[in-house]
Design a protein around this ligand. Structure first.
Ligand code: FES
Length: 84
């Protein structure tokens, strides 16, 4: 489930066959299903030394509809880059 991006995320950025420009959605900043911000999830991951898979398993964030996973991965990657 973690590796699978949602249908909505797969559609993001794809040029429709009609020739119209794709609809660009703003990045998610929280898991809507579990009502938890990426900032809070990241803080918990650091405190508990969780991997993303462990965080998903223990909080449910990213494990329900999975729509937030691509943006969560990007958020964590940027955070790791800036921390290094
Ligand atoms: S928005 Fe995160 S699992 Fe649904």
């Amino acid at each position: 489930m973690i590796e699978t991006e949602s249908h909505f995320q797969e559609e993001r950025g794809r040029r429709p066959q009609s020739g119209r420009l794709p609809i660009l959605l703003p990045a998610m900043t929280r898991c809507e299903c579990m009502a938890m911000s990426f900032e809070e999830l990241s803080r918990r991951m650091s405190a508990e030394r969780w991997t993303l898979a462990q965080a998903v398993e223990r909080t449910g964030c990213g494990g329900m509809c999975s729509a937030c996973l691509p943006d969560l991965r990007r958020y964590l990657a940027v955070e790791n880059e800036t921390a290094a």
